[in-house]
Write a protein that binds this ligand. Structure first.
Ligand code: F6P
Length: 546
């Protein structure tokens, strides 16, 4: 598609939005008893109900036509064929290979990557099993009780989110901790509960140069060697990285270094050895099931026609709201407490991928790209920010996620949870009209003046969109499939926006400036070359430090 083609298509979608604006969802539901059947789709046993959106068949047809026009399928196949679709870094994008279970080769630069993928998985299996059964122990011969993953961004958010989500599969005598922030409080508060004799550290960094991770790793090492001696570092540290030499220089034994590859983006790396702390926490069999669930979603994504393809539909609906309606944010609301870190994980996956304003050929985009992604688990969010979602001036498309079955038998909790998630999407869609409010207040015995005064405050505009994703239970397989679903959604949107979803140059400037500012913060350099605000803040900082 020519560059102008996208702009013209977004304009055509805006016209569609104007057309459908006059037909609120509550009307469309009333007119069409088949609306749920028409606008819901399954991948395995994961259901996506997208009927509570401002769509009809004409809108969806236009969106699918758009996806075909920009060749989502061709780019998807190019990704899977190992083409360097991460063009600014000249890299393939093959996180799907990490969970591929088939017999075909997966090629990068003429080489099948699957033997190395399988070998690394085998190493993860041995190491995680041996930590779990006590074959691998600390320097004093004690079994490990605590594993501390030191990483940040993709080397933290994925495994931390997954470990929490799979809590029912963990062992109380083997705890996983995640330290990411360079704020010493994070490391301090983690270490204060731990015994060096029974603590294993995993330093996780794709580059093995990230300042936060290197700083935290050095502090952990000092803590460990201070208690057990420098030679104990061998027994208490492992590393995951693409930079094997840097791991060795840090002093990590070669057989404790788990590699991965530059064709795995940091925010897509939980399926690689970055998942090592997950494998230790929940057992390798469960880690494998997590990969298997993702592989099933991959095969759905790769082979299902666009009209029934979950990631494609979710991606297109996101485009619809971002570009035809101008909605700037997207809420992800899991009614699943153990998915409480899922929105944070998705913030990196989505916003670091599609928070771009240059096209693949380096021209400024002429349309909005990635939305702000945010969220919290329900029902907590209901008592915090849902007021704004229901009655605020901005429309916020939401994804609700919920399992049909809880992991624990604690009635009536789960029924209440499910009643709440269904109620929220229904309330957002239906709203409450002035007439309905008046009838309700009259039935409560209010007089006419009170009804007149109160009614406007109790009206809900409705017609607020949401998707609901329902799955049988939050198992490792299901979690894998859900995470892969969102990865592919991000891919679809990046393709439509014509941006590179796989680089992240926007994080570099802050890193550069922090490096330059460090000596000034430490009081070892003049700061006159900075702007007045930065100078003022530095001066006040030093005053407070006196
Ligand atoms: O600064 C952003 C980033 O590069 C992310 O993309 C990445 O996940 C994170 O930093 C951590 O990088 P690394 O794994 O190389 O330490």
């Amino acid at each position: 598609m020519a560059k102008t083609g996208r702009k013209a298509t977004f304009a055509a979608l805006e016209k569609q939005a104007e057309r459908i604006a006059g037909r609120p969802m509550r009307v469309m539901f009333a007119e069409d008893p088949n609306r749920f059947r028409r606008f819901s789709v399954k991948a395995g046993d994961i259901l996506l109900d997208y009927s509570k959106n401002r769509i009809d068949e004409e809108v969806m047809d236009a969106l699918f036509a758009f996806a075909r026009h920009v060749d989502v399928e061709g780019r998807r196949d190019a990704m899977w064929a190992g083409e360097p679709i991460n063009s600014t870094e000249h890299r393939s994008v093959l996180h799907m290979a990490l969970r591929y279970h088939g017999a075909d080769p997966v090629m990068v630069n003429g080489e099948d990557v699957m033997p190395a993928v399988r070998e690394t998985l085998a190493n993860i299996k041995v190491f995680s099993n041996e930590v779990r059964d006590g074959t691998i122990r600390g320097a004093t011969g004690e079994q490990f009780t605590d594993v501390v993953n030191i990483g940040i961004g993709g080397s933290d958010l994925g495994p931390a989110m997954v470990t929490l989500a799979l809590e029912p599969y963990t062992r109380p005598d083997l705890r996983a901790h995640y330290v990411s922030n360079v704020d010493g409080a994070h490391m301090h508060d983690t270490l204060k509960r731990l015994d060096p004799k029974t603590t294993l550290f995993i330093v996780a960094s794709k580059t093995f140069t990230t300042d936060e991770t290197m700083t935290n790793a050095a502090t952990a090492r000092t803590w460990l060697s201070g208690a057990l001696g420098e030679e104990a570092v061998n027994d208490h540290f492992a590393a995951v990285s693409t930079n094997i030499e840097a791991c060795k220089s840090f002093g990590i034994k070669e057989d404790r270094i788990f590699g991965f590859w530059d064709w795995v983006g940091g925010r897509y790396s939980v399926w690689s050895a970055i998942g090592l702390p997950v494998a230790i926490a929940v057992g390798f069999e469960n880690f494998e099931k997590f990969l298997k669930g993702a592989a099933e979603m991959d095969s759905h994504f790769l082979t299902t026609p666009l009209e029934r393809n979950l990631p494609v539909i979710m991606g297109l609906i996101g485009i619809w709201y971002r570009n035809a309606w101008g909605f700037a944010t997207h809420a992800v609301l899991p009614y699943d407490q153990r998915l409480s870190r899922f929105p944070a994980y998705l913030q990196q996956q989505d916003m670091e991928s599609n928070g771009k304003s240059m096209t693949l050929s380096g021209k400024a985009v002429n349309w909005s790209t990635g939305p702000i992604v945010w969220g919290e688990p329900g029902t907590n969010g209901q008592h915090a920010f849902y007021q704004l979602i229901h009655q605020g001036t901005d429309v916020i498309p939401c994804d609700f996620l919920v399992a049909a079955n809880p992991q624990e038998d604690l009635p009536p909790h789960h029924a209440k949870l499910v009643a709440n998630v269904l109620a929220q999407s229904e309330a957002l869609m239906l709203g409450k009209t002035e007439r309905e409010v008046e009838v309700e207040l009259k039935a409560q015995g209010l007089d006419e003046d009170a009804i007149k005064a109160l009614t406007p405050h109790k009206v809900f505009p409705g017609n607020r969109p949401s998707n609901t994703i329902m799955y049988p239970r939050l198992t490792p397989e299901t979690l894998g499939a859900i995470v892969a679903l969102y990865e592919h959604k991000v891919f679809v949107q990046g393709t439509i926006w014509n941006v590179n979803s796989y680089d992240q140059w926007g994080v570099e400037l802050g890193k550069q400036l922090a490096k330059a500012l460090l000596p000034k913060v430490e009081g070892n350099a003049e700061w006159k070359d900075h702007d007045a605000s930065t100078q003022g803040l530095l001066a006040y900082y030093h005053e407070l430090r006196k």
